[in-house]
Design a protein around this ligand. Structure first.
Ligand SMILES: Cc1cc2nc3c(=O)[nH]c(=O)nc-3n(C[C@H](O)[C@H](O)[C@H](O)COP(=O)(O)OP(=O)(O)OC[C@H]3O[C@@H](n4cnc5c(N)ncnc54)[C@H](O)[C@@H]3O)c2cc1C
Length: 610
């Protein structure tokens, strides 16, 4: 084993301290193995902390008609049936137990009058299903998992970044990284590695994702030989802030619409009533009054069209803007203040139900949402695609490498329902931890390879070498390449996609790869964000290429993937997922994978709930 870099040895190494990583680390540790947890930000600051609306679980506390079957059917319908049905089944069956477990560990949820965990309405969920803590559910989740986790003997390495996975033959046996403060290299030896690195929204210009969402886990797994799945399915959340420009992309929770907020165009029209997809017609209210009653808990009312799935709402907003019916800054209006016509003390009610939204708009936009409508537009929010995993164990196609949370694929199919991510983190974080620990117990440690480590160190330092060699005149800075990539993905592989534009994107990606390989950075390794960005470029480009190639390949529109040149669904494509893998020559390859048929009992559930 090399001695010149600080080295740590664990049975299970977890990369990422969001909900998925923390839950995996807790479970692995409870199984009696040693666990190391590494994360780019401070513990407690992972992107999960930003989650607002809640976690979906069919507890039936507010509407006793809810159960796992309805949740399963909603998730499959939302995902447009290209989901990994086994994951959707496990998620629907296990989410409630995971929420109660979180409560037992100290999470303080909002309550019904009779003291049960309160559940709220959200897009695509037939019944009120989201357990929540105001609009700060992610904060409560992280706080609880962190409190529970630190008593389990997990060793945390915070503000460290993993840049490469280490292999012994075809098995993953560790990881190579650096601490962000000092820039010193670190080596982890592990019998099993769980990737829980979150999303990739930073590949786009307008995104709700935190700075951490650079697709590292997707890319680490891909370069280690794992397969990626469904990368074309990106969720553009319909309601991001659009004004002022400095806050563009920051999320406006769906909870606003769940509490009665309505979408209006510049003429004051509730345009969502104009376009209700056939498969949701029977569940959607036919007039505003019925929609309002639904948001206030009337079990006989159907949900308003503002609570249709995110892909659909985002496209409707896009259409209004393109047709010249948008708001002054290129979005539409989201109005919750109108509820003063319906309830006394509306301003207090809004502040109580949506405290973060109230403060967000007061502080960032100088706008009081209890008095005025917000301006909103779509923002890149969530990656449905990710590392291909076994639905039960969360192991990827590489032995010893597991993935959970947003960086793993399958559960959400072509479109994720709001609230299904937080419960995904708990259900599959737990499973990943459990099976990674099992793998670690059943397999001896592999060997670290010194040449691999030295190669990783050399590659990591190359941007400095180019800077020192005076490449400055001819080379780009990392931020330049990053910004051009983000602009290009926004423009050419965004919410509405076309063959010619995506082909252009692919061509540009080739040039950006080339330029990224020549970027120069200056100074030293301590506190050097330019260097961190130079290292992130490989991940950003990898996920951008995987998204673009997959989006070009899927010649239909489904969920988060909308093709202007193929606006309809294709019956043939309904039966396949797109798998991305690294070919023997090092180039990115694609393969179609047939989706296994639903077992009869689950097919019956889907039919019953139609
Ligand atoms: C504003 C907002 C609100 C949301 N609200 C909801 C909601 O109400 N309900 C819901 O279900 N979903 C919601 N989502 C989605 C949900 O929050 C995320 O999908 C989820 O939190 C992702 O969790 P995760 O554990 O997979 O990853 P994250 O929470 O993103 O954590 C990733 C971790 O990996 C670490 N990491 C990444 N790369 C590396 C690396 N190279 N080396 C070391 N560490 C690394 C990071 O530092 C971090 O600790 C929301 C998202 C946003 C942006």
């Amino acid at each position: 084993m090399p001695t010149n870099y600080e080295t740590f040895e664990y049975d299970v190494l977890v990369i990422g301290a969001g909900g998925a990583g923390l839950r995996a680390a807790i479970e692995a540790s409870a199984a009696g193995v040693t666990v190391g947890l590494v994360c780019k930000s401070l513990l407690g600051k992972a992107h999960t902390v930003m989650a607002e609306g809640g976690m979906a679980a069919a507890m039936g506390n507010v509407d006793d008609r809810d159960n796992w079957k309805v949740h399963f059917a909603d998730t499959m319908r939302g995902g447009q049936y290209v989901n990994n049905w086994r994951m959707a089944e496990l998620h629907a069956k296990e989410a409630a137990a995971r929420v109660y477990e979180l409560e037992a560990w100290g999470a303080v949820f909002d309550r019904t009058k009779d003291g049960k965990i309160l559940q709220r309405n959200f897009g695509g969920h037939r019944y009120p299903r989201l357990a929540h803590v105001g609009d700060r559910t992610g904060l409560e989740m992280i706080r609880t998992l962190q409190d529970h986790g630190i008593h389990q003997g997990i060793t945390v390495h915070m503000e460290w970044t993993i840049v490469t996975l280490l292999k012994d033959g075809n098995r993953v046996v560790g990881a190579f990284g650096y601490d962000r403060e000092r820039g010193r290299f670190k080596i982890f030896k592990a019998k099993a590695v769980v990737i829980a690195s979150g999303g990739l929204g930073r590949a786009y210009k307008i995104t709700s994702n935190s700075w951490e969402g650079t697709g590292d886990g997707h890319s680490l797994a891909y370069h280690a030989g794992a397969e990626l799945l469904d990368m074309e399915f990106i969720q553009y959340h319909p309601t991001g802030m659009i004004w002022p420009p400095s806050v563009q992309g920051i999320l406006v929770t769906e909870g606003v619409r769940g509490e009665g907020g309505v979408l209006l165009n510049k003429d004051g029209k509730r345009f969502m009533f104009d376009d209700i997809p056939d498969n949701y017609k029977s569940q959607t209210s036919s007039d505003p009054e019925e929609g309002w009653r639904y948001t206030q808990g009337d079990k006989n009312a159907r949900r308003p069209p503002e609570l249709l799935t995110r892909d659909h709402v985002a496209r409707c907003i896009n259409r209004e803007v393109k047709a010249g019916r948008g708001s002054p800054h290129g979005g539409v209006f989201l109005d919750i203040s109108w509820i003063k016509e319906k309830i006394p003390n509306a301003a207090e009610h809004i502040k109580k139900k949506l405290p973060s939204m109230y403060h967000q708009f007061i502080q960032l936009a100088n706008l009081d949402i209890t008095k005025e409508p917000m301006e909103v537009g779509p923002t890149t929010h969530y990656a449905m695609g990710g590392v291909r995993v076994n639905g039960d164990t969360q192991m990827s196609t590489v032995p010893g490498l597991f993935a959970a949370g947003e960086c793993a694929a399958g559960l959400h199919g072509a479109n994720r329902l709001g609230g299904n991510s937080l419960s995904d983190l708990l259900v599959f974080g737990k499973r990943a931890g459990e099976f990674a620990a099992k793998f670690a117990k059943e397999n001896p440690a592999g060997q670290l390879n010194e040449a691999q480590i030295e190669d990783a160190a050399h590659q990591a330092l190359e941007p400095f070498e180019r800077g020192a060699a005076g490449a400055g005149g001819s080379a780009d800075g990392p931020y330049q390449v990053q910004h051009e990539l983000q602009d290009m993905m926004q423009e050419l592989v965004g919410i509405v996609r076309r063959e010619d534009e995506m082909s252009r994107a692919l061509e540009n990606l080739g040039k950006l790869w080339d330029r990224a390989g020549k970027t120069a950075v200056y100074g030293h390794r301590e506190y050097n964000p330019g260097w961190h960005t130079a290292l992130d470029l490989k991940h950003l480009l990898t996920v951008a290429e995987a998204i673009t190639r997959s989006a070009l390949d899927r010649k239909e529109s489904r969920g988060g993937h909308f093709r202007e040149d193929f606006p309809d669904k294709s019956a043939a494509d309904a039966k396949m997922n797109i798998v991305v893998f690294k070919g023997a020559d090092g180039t990115m390859q694609l393969r179609h994978e047939p989706i296994p048929a639903l077992p009869e009992e689950l097919q019956q559930v889907v039919e019953e709930m139609k």
